[in-house]
Design a protein around this ligand. Structure first.
Ligand code: NAD
Length: 500
């Protein structure tokens, strides 16, 4: 066990007092053993107009603060996160069931995006453009946009908030955060950390960050409001199908980060030792509950049998159990419904002619948690169940002979988040990078996990959003084209004459 092992210790280390954890209507349970750890007060949906108005008032002040000064707040947030890393990481483990190093890793990712955003606060670059008219200059400039709603999923309860918030705040936009109802404590803990950064910053407006606790109705209030110009929503494609059209109806902007169904192609030349390690981590890490988890393995038939044998052997040795315990690699699923969905998917795979290795409820795991043995499923082809995202550690294996067929299979799913190939053949690797239709395409590394710096997101039913690195900041700003005439004449473009 880590030093912070009991729920009470972790909650105290995160700065909660007993009163705020009791008496509310939202029961928070730990997936580790199903124990109730808090009963939180929920935000009444009737409060949403005032919360949105508060964000609007904060915007009016914050947009006038120079961007490098806004970056200073994020620098302080990064410092506060460094100081709180152990406590917040332990809370992620308690509330989301991640193993210790993954809980800490999630907080590290928050620190990394803060560092990135601080630099960015001095690099919100526009363009200068040559004008065809004498004595004129054209510029493209970027401006704060307004309050951003950040709706997050249970599986990255804190990192996804920070990806959005660090960028939104340096771009001049206040944030209203609607965390998953399955992980509200980590959100409240982040709000406390943020408040410490604000106190050190000194003159930040009230309401730069507001956290609303509750279910989809709060998300829907944000989605519907024309005073929330940006809605960044991470979660299931089911949710995105509702949020996307609702925001579009009022011509708002969405950043959608939805489900994935990520594949790896293993070519005959692949380094199988490396491939096995990459497969096991990306299919089994976070108990298969990453949007980028590896779900489909498309293997050349010449190496398929040997690879499956090695995977089945590796899976048999996986330590499954209490995620707080040193050495555990597979913690619990988020709840019993998630386990039932996994078992139902395995039944469908069997009915489609699949051979299932593993996949049974785990023995010797804590009572009250949904612990399962990860499954490797040899499939005769990419049937309907394989084309769906089941948010659990199921790895479907399909064979191929011709690389063209492998490319076709990799793309033939509704989702388009992450993909990869293991090969030592340069031509195959480069061809794969041209042909994958995903937002993330890798060579000789698994599909899961994101590193701050690259833009994160995917195509098709994954929603098309990009967050975190590269020029994702542009999603939080509006662009203006400015033409300035410093001459004493008024020529028109394209030679148009209009003398009055
Ligand atoms: P979910 O869709 O059930 O919930 C996500 C969030 O959306 C929650 O905060 C929920 O309250 C809110 N919500 C639900 N319905 C809503 C509505 N009608 N209007 C507004 N808000 C609504 O997802 P989950 O089970 O928490 O997370 C798992 C899913 O998230 C998986 O599909 C996974 O692939 C996806 N995910 C995607 C990414 C990515 O970056 N692409 C990252 C993490 C998770």
């Amino acid at each position: 066990m880590t030093q912070l092992s009991s729920a009470a210790e972790i909650l105290a280390a995160c700065g909660f007092d007993k009163a705020e954890l009791a008496g509310g209507t939202l029961a928070v349970t730990s997936p580790i053993d199903g124990a109730e750890i808090a009963r939180l007060a929920e935000t009444p949906v009737d409060d949403m107009p005032a919360i949105i108005a508060q964000a609007g008032a904060a915007f009016d002040a914050w947009r006038r603060v120079p961007a490098p000064r806004r970056g200073e707040l994020i620098r302080l947030l990064g410092e506060e996160l460094r100081a709180s890393k152990d406590a917040l990481g332990a809370l992620v483990t308690l509330e989301a069931g991640k193993i210790v190093s993954e809980g800490l890793g999630e907080v590290q990712e928050m620190i990394d995006i803060c560092d990135f955003a601080v630099g960015l606060s001095r690099q919100l670059y526009g363009l200068t453009i040559a004008s065809e008219r004498p004595g004129h200059v054209m510029r493209e400039t970027w401006h704060p946009m307004g309050p951003a709603a950040v709706i997050t999923a249970f599986n990255f309860p804190v990192a996804v908030w920070s990806w959005n918030t660090a960028l939104a705040l340096v771009c001049g936009d206040p944030v209203i955060w609607k965390p998953s109802e399955k992980a509200p404590l980590t959100a409240l803990a982040c709000a406390k950390i943020f408040a410490r950064a604000v106190a050190r910053f000194g003159d930040a407006p009230e309401g730069l960050l507001q956290v609303v606790i509750g279910g989809a109705d709060l998300g829907a209030a944000l989605t519907a409001s024309p005073d929330v110009p940006i809605v960044s929503a991470t979660g299931s494609t089911r949710m995105g199908r509702i949020v996307g059209p609702e925001v579009a109806k009022r011509f708002g902007r969405t950043i959608l980060e939805l489900g994935g169904n990520n594949a790896m192609i293993v070519a005959p030349s692949a380094d199988l030792d490396m491939a096995v390690r990459a497969i096991v981590f990306s299919a089994v890490g976070t108990a298969g509950q990453r949007c980028t988890s590896l779900r489909r393995l498309i293997v050349h038939n010449s190496v398929r049998e040997a690879l499956v044998e090695r995977l089945v052997a590796a899976y048999a040795t996986l330590p499954i159990g209490d995620p707080r315990k040193a050495g555990t690699l597979v913690g619990p699923l988020i709840d019993a419904d998630a386990r039932d969905r996994m078992l139902a998917a395995l039944e469908r795979a069997r009915a489609d002619g699949g051979t299932v290795h593993g996949g049974e409820p785990a023995k010797d795991a804590p009572e009250g948690g949904a612990y399962v043995a990860p499954a490797v499923v040899e499939m005769p082809g990419q049937t309907e169940v394989v084309r769906e995202e089941t948010f659990a550690p199921i790895l479907y294996v399909m064979g191929y002979d011709d690389l063209e067929d492998a490319f076709a299979m990799q793309n033939d799913v509704p989702q388009g988040l992450s993909s990869c190939i293991f090969t030592l053949d340069l031509r195959e690797a480069e061809e794969f990078l041209q042909r994958s239709d995903c937002g993330i395409a890798n060579v000789n590394i698994g599909p899961s996990g994101a590193e701050i710096g690259g833009a994160f997101g995917g195509e098709k039913e994954t929603g098309g959003g990009r967050e975190s690195g590269s020029d994702a900041w542009k999603g939080y700003m509006r662009r203006a084209t400015n033409t300035v005439n410093y001459s004493a004449a008024l020529p028109l473009a394209q030679g148009v004459k209009f003398d009055v």
